[in-house]
Design a protein around this ligand. Structure first.
Ligand code: SAH
Ligand code: SF4
Ligand code: F3S
Length: 449
């Protein structure tokens, strides 16, 4: 066997947490070839741009970044070196051919389902002779071929348990870029969770484009999977994201009542509060279905905090529809939420629909919805003042002597304390609240979990 020559790999990651997880797995799969992560693209032997296609001018953003990377590639070649340039992720999946046509200096284009084949693509690209493109949805599951040995993620870790989506919401590219829903078997998920805990993870966030639609072999559903994961020694906290309201079954709701490690925070996108628009979006639930679901969840776990995603200006959305969204937000009360102006995505049904909402109206609506959500988030944080809450310490804070961590409700918490508490769940008293974070003092320097 020829010796492995050390090489530098620079990863640029855009998009959702699943892309963050995937970037880590691409690093893992390339490690045996000698590639070690490096923070800067200058001097890298390989650069991977892991892209997102969800909104806005996704492709334009990719081409402008590629233009910048091309200069570095040329510089490296002028110095007698080589830099492999790869484009991964959802833009690669959706617009692979166009990427190679417009940026012929790109060596590899690979879709999210083909990361396990990366070493072979690198070998092909290194032999020169044209670009490599892999954007089919292979019959094999990439997870079965990715290495078990993964680089440690730290105190908080991501674990993808489900991929893809069959829901086809009118506005969304995900079913086209990530393919059909597929779930990993429970045994694989549990084995990976054990490895992460062995590498210092205390909190694991289970990921999936429709994570609560998980239906892998070996457990009845996500509720049972969560209960099994909660038995892992040393795993203090479990979260999952992103969920669809339609897939929130009774067993999962019961898990929120019964499993202390399952954190009282749920990201449950509703998108709109208007039944007319929800129907046009193909969401298959009404605003009242969502209200009833939240009531059920809160009955199971009284301190459950909610987060959501909202789209304003979906085709056909009137001022009255928008007001229904504002009313739903007032009725529920969110701890935090994301809101977006509708952005037409090529190939999706809504992009070709009539009654596109003028940009100026979208601007007004996004301004109003964000003001209300900000107000609710600030109020939610303010209610924590004076409480003592268990905080998972994740590491040093921004300033000297400071440490940072997370509350059960995902709020960032800062305090003065020793870095040695990293990885412990520590009671902290909240002394000040801010729109995006909390300040605390250590209640006692002793772990409570
Ligand atoms: N699987 C998740 C969401 C994935 S995309 C779910 O079903 O909720 C993350 C968020 O991006 C969506 O919840 C939606 O609010 C937003 N989004 C998706 N497509 C969009 C588009 N075309 N324009 C604006 N926002 C969009
Ligand atoms: Fe997109 Fe809808 Fe699937 Fe979520 S459920 S990923 S919004 S199509
Ligand atoms: Fe973006 Fe693909 Fe995630 S489009 S949000 S990177 S699934």
């Amino acid at each position: 066997m020829s010796p492995v020559i050390p090489k530098k790999l620079h990863m640029i990651t855009w998009g959702c947490q699943m892309n963050v997880y995937d970037s880590g797995r691409m690093e893992d799969v390339l490690a045996p070839l000698g590639y070690a992560p490096t923070l800067a693209p200058e001097g890298a032997d390989m650069v991977i741009l892991n892209t997102c296609h969800i909104r806005d001018k996704a492709a334009e953003k990719v081409f402008s970044e590629l233009g910048r990377l091309r200069l570095l590639k040329l510089e490296r070649e002028a110095a007698g070196g080589k830099m492999i340039l790869a484009v991964a992720g959802c833009v690669a999946q959706a617009e692979g051919a166009e990427i190679l046509a417009r940026a012929p200096y790109v060596d590899i284009v690979l879709g999210p389902q083909t990361y396990h084949r990366l070493p072979e693509m690198v070998a092909r690209a290194s032999r020169a002779g044209g670009a490599v493109i892999e954007t089919d949805f292979p019959a094999e599951q990439k997870f079965d071929f990715l290495p078990d040995a993964a680089a440690p993620q730290g105190v908080t870790a991501f674990l993808t348990i489900q991929e893809g989506c069959d829901k086809f919401c009118s506005f969304c590219v995900v079913p086209y870029t990530r393919g059909a829903e597929a779930s990993r078997p429970a045994a694989d998920v549990i084995a990976e969770a054990r490895r992460l805990v062995g590498q210092a993870a205390r909190e694991i966030t289970l990921l999936g484009q429709n994570v609560n639609a998980w239906h892998g072999a070996g457990a009845r559903g996500l509720g049972e999977l969560v209960r099994r994961l909660a038995e892992i020694d040393g795993l203090a906290r479990i979260r999952y994201t992103t969920s669809h309201p339609r897939d929130m079954d009774d067993d999962l709701i019961a898990a929120h009542a019964e499993v202390p490690a399952l954190m009282p925070f749920l990201h449950l996108p509703v998108q709109s509060g208007s039944d007319r628009i929800l129907a046009a979006m193909n969401r298959k639930h009404t605003a009242d279905d969502y209200r009833a679901l939240v009531a059920k969840l809160r009955a199971a776990r009284a301190d459950l905090a909610l987060s959501s995603d909202f789209i304003v200006g979906h085709p056909g959305e009137t001022e009255k529809d928008f007001e229904a969204t504002m009313q739903l937000i007032r009725d529920i009360g969110f701890a935090q939420a994301f809101s977006f102006k509708y952005s037409p995505r090529p190939g999706t049904p809504a992009a070709g629909a009539g009654q596109q909402v003028p940009e100026a109206e979208k601007d007004q609506r996004i301004y109003a919805v964000q003001a209300l959500l900000r107000e609710q988030q600030t109020a939610f944080n303010a209610r924590c003042l004076g409480l003592t809450v268990p905080v998972l310490v994740t590491g040093p804070g921004r300033h000297d002597g400071q440490i940072g961590g997370r509350s059960p409700w995902l709020q960032p918490v800062h305090t003065i304390g020793p870095v040695s508490l990293t990885g412990s769940v520590v009671p902290m008293k909240i002394t000040a609240t801010h729109p995006n974070s909390l300040t605390a003092t250590l209640e006692q320097e002793r772990a409570c979990a």
